[in-house]
Design a protein around this ligand. Structure first.
Ligand code: ADE
Length: 235
């Protein structure tokens, strides 16, 4: 999968893209990320990319021209067509279902807006899918872009070490967790820490008993922490 990001703050990305699973996915050729500075496409003397809003009000608005030209040029850098995504709190809420849909695309173009927003006319022309990462306001679309890159990368074939590890995630509709229950708790050595012992069943070597215990924990956790997920199941 190829991912292009358009941003005014390309310097925010390297730490995330160059670490951990993300770096491994890039080295293994599973994901090919390119971060582009929208300012490079500004066609005015001072590389201006934003201006005051018509009608007054606080903040600055990103202008049409630099973004429009950036999208056209970046899309032409590879022959594959892009699924365009614009991050905004007004968009469709990102959840695992949408992540899985986007993870199947061959190419994503992520548009990270900043300031008060982007001139509406360029959004109308580009017709991106508008995506929100939650009902809170961030200063821009960079962190949402990184969230999405992370979430789609770990679903690419061959990225996670254990073949099935994504299928057992909370919210995963695949593998054993088709009902999108929260995950069971995890434990590792030592067997006792600060007077807390690991549940005996996990040390029993009885795989069926472990599976039954995990399933019970998943139901209990989901019921107490996210009862809304159980309601979605039965609907
Ligand atoms: N930009 C600012 N806040 C955002 C949010 N919650 N989701 C997506 N993009 C945003």
């Amino acid at each position: 999968m190829r991912i292009d990001v358009l941003t005014l703050f390309p310097g925010m990305f390297p730490g995330v893209l160059d670490a951990s699973i993300q770096a491994r996915a890039a080295a293994g050729g599973h994901v090919d990320c390119h971060v582009h500075d929208i300012r490079k496409w500004a066609d005015n003397k001072h590389d201006k990319v934003d201006d005051r809003p018509f009608g007054g009000g606080p903040g600055m608005v990103m202008m049409c021209q630099p973004l429009w030209d950036a999208v056209k040029d970046v899309e032409a850098m590879a022959p594959t067509s892009c699924r365009r995504i614009h991050f905004t709190p007004q968009g469709r809420r990102l959840d695992q279902e949408l992540v899985e849909e986007l993870a199947r695309e061959e190419r994503l173009l992520l548009i990270a807006g900043h300031y008060e927003g982007i001139d509406e006319r360029v959004i109308k022309e580009l017709e991106p899918l508008e995506v929100s990462v939650g009902d809170y306001v961030l200063t821009g679309g960079e962190l949402p872009s990184m969230l999405l890159i992370d979430a789609v990368t770990r679903l690419q074939d061959g990225v996670l070490g254990h073949e099935d590890s994504a299928a057992e995630d909370s919210f995963s509709p695949r593998g054993e967790n088709r009902e999108r229950l929260l995950e069971a708790p995890h434990f590792t050595r030592p067997r006792t820490w600060r007077d807390q012992a690991v549940p005996d069943v996990l040390l029993s070597g009885d795989h069926e008993a472990v599976a039954a215990w995990r399933r019970d924990q998943m139901m209990k956790r989901t019921r107490s922490r996210r009862p809304d997920l159980l309601e979605q199941c039965t609907n």
